[in-house]
Design a protein around this ligand. Structure first.
Ligand code: SF4
Ligand code: SF4
Length: 88
């Protein structure tokens, strides 16, 4: 999750492999349904690594095991493949 300490610097959005980061009403937000904490793509959460003000803590309302995150990654990847083959 991104806290209100976000300075809208824009650097995290393009780093997310799952397109989970988007501009919210006042600052950037993360869609927890798309975020895998970068599991499946990278060893470390890319947005957390790059954020200059360290305002991206884990969301206590969305504590997920690595296994759950991997399943989410596989589901998201399958959706992407399906969309690509359908020409979406
Ligand atoms: S942890 Fe990874 S998947 Fe989640 S929002 Fe950050 S960059 Fe995207
Ligand atoms: S990198 Fe951090 S400060 Fe910059 S937009 Fe993302 S959450 Fe906000």
């Amino acid at each position: 999750m991104i806290t209100d300490e976000c300075i809208n610097c824009d650097v995290c959005e393009p780093e997310c492999p799952n397109d989970a980061i988007y501009m919210g009403a006042d600052f950037y937000e993360i869609d927890p349904h798309k975020c895998t904490e970068c599991v499946g793509h990278f060893d470390e959460p890319q947005c957390v690594q790059i954020c200059p003000v360290a305002c991206i803590p884990l969301n206590p309302e969305h504590v997920e095991s690595r296994e759950t995150l991997m399943q989410k990654y596989q589901r998201l990847t399958a959706i992407k493949v399906t969309a690509a083959s359908a020409g979406v």
